[in-house]
Design a protein around this ligand. Structure first.
Ligand SMILES: Cc1cc2nc3c(=O)[nH]c(=O)nc-3n(C[C@H](O)[C@H](O)[C@H](O)COP(=O)(O)O)c2cc1C
Length: 327
């Protein structure tokens, strides 16, 4: 049975279910984003997965050919000496008529201003209450708050969702969606109970039939448990949570030496290697981005089945399990 859980967030974005597929480098392509949107949730393409802004425009057109439902584009602002041509990527998004953008990373103001000037709804993903408050002041429409459990960059404060979600909800007036460590209906119900109006998931969507990655990687996510991650780059103040494998173990080992520098691991962590891992299924060639929610992933369903299951399980938690406790 497919039910709907409507919140102000779903109404704001014109989507059926309060579930977002967060931007994912090399994974957030049209096949996945369209499947998520077709399932009534919000699919998101990842801008920087496309080598050029022109390729992004083509990917947006391809996604539009696969769904007539709303979908968004993620623009990740990387702390790099040689930034990609962000202005051109922004223009590709704006000119393509996309109406929803997920921004992530530091100093998003120039990007947010540009998108807002074109009446694009901006979901800003961040990892602390203070960054959520500053993004609200910038005029974003939704905060996606990413707890310490998450895949990717959890920030440096190490605050998990159980505290971070309600702490954020208490400090901003705009809708908050909960991200990090969520993979099933219990997580969605819990996030709603904590005051969020929806959830954002990354790792869970990688283990779906439509995720455009090698089957070995999906099996790895299913076989892993909640302890199967490594935190890398801690001492560089750019912490990242990735799946545990020989490469991330080696990065942790090298960077634990007192005088170690980023240059010593630069080759190991190159994005091209991560892409090769996802395409070849060879788990020893690079980093694999994955969060603690691996401990909750036990199958590789279609996106439609996953979304329907999460919504119906969340409804059951709310309606049956919790209600039964009332005296
Ligand atoms: C394979 C993968 C790649 C990711 N790449 C990005 C990215 O490029 N930009 C971004 O903002 N977040 C990225 N993320 C983070 C997700 O968008 C999301 O915030 C995170 O996965 C939520 O935590 P969860 O994995 O526990 O659901 C990535 C996550 C995964 C699993």
């Amino acid at each position: 049975m497919i039910v709907a859980l409507a919140t102000p967030f779903t109404r704001l974005l014109g989507i059926e279910h309060p579930i977002v597929q967060g931007g994912m480098q090399w994974v957030g392509r049209a096949e996945l984003a369209a499947a998520v949107s077709n399932a009534g949730a919000l699919g998101i393409l990842t801008a920087l997965t496309q080598p050029t802004p022109e390729d992004l425009a083509k990917e947006i057109a391809r996604c539009r050919g696969m769904t007539d439902k709303p979908f968004g584009v993620n623009l990740t602002i990387l702390p790099t000496m040689t930034p990609p041509p962000y202005g051109e990527y922004r223009s590709a998004i704006i000119d393509s008529g996309v109406k929803i953008v997920e921004t992530a990373g530091s100093k998003p103001k120039e990007h947010v201003d540009h998108f807002k000037a074109h009446e694009i709804k901006v979901i800003h993903k961040c990892t602390s209450v203070r960054h959520a408050m500053s993004a609200e002041r910038m005029g974003v429409d939704v905060i996606s708050i990413d707890g310490f459990e998450c895949a990717g960059h959890p920030g440096e404060d190490d605050v998990p969702g159980l505290v971070l979600i309600p702490a954020t909800v208490d400090k901003v007036k705009i809708p908050v969606i909960a991200s990090g460590g969520i993979a099933d209906g219990r997580g969605l119900a819990a996030a709603l109970a904590l005051g969020a109006q929806g959830v954002n998931m990354g790792t869970r969507f990688c283990a779906t039939r439509e995720a455009p990655i090698h089957e070995n990687i999906k099996k790895y996510l299913v076989d892993n448990d909640e302890r199967s991650t490594n935190l890398i780059f801690r001492r560089l103040h750019n912490t990242a949570r990735v799946g545990k494998n020989s490469v991330s173990d080696e990065v942790v080992r090298i960077l634990s030496q007192p005088e170690a520098t980023f240059e010593q691991v630069a080759q190991l962590v190159r994005g091209a290697r991560g892409r090769e891992l996802l395409e070849s299924g060879n788990l020893d060639v690079g980093l694999v981005w994955a969060g603690q929610s691996q401990g909750l992933i036990r199958d590789v369903p279609s996106v439609a089945n996953l979304v329907a299951r999460i919504v119906s399980d969340a409804t059951m938690v709310i309606e049956r399990n919790l209600r039964a406790m009332l005296r």
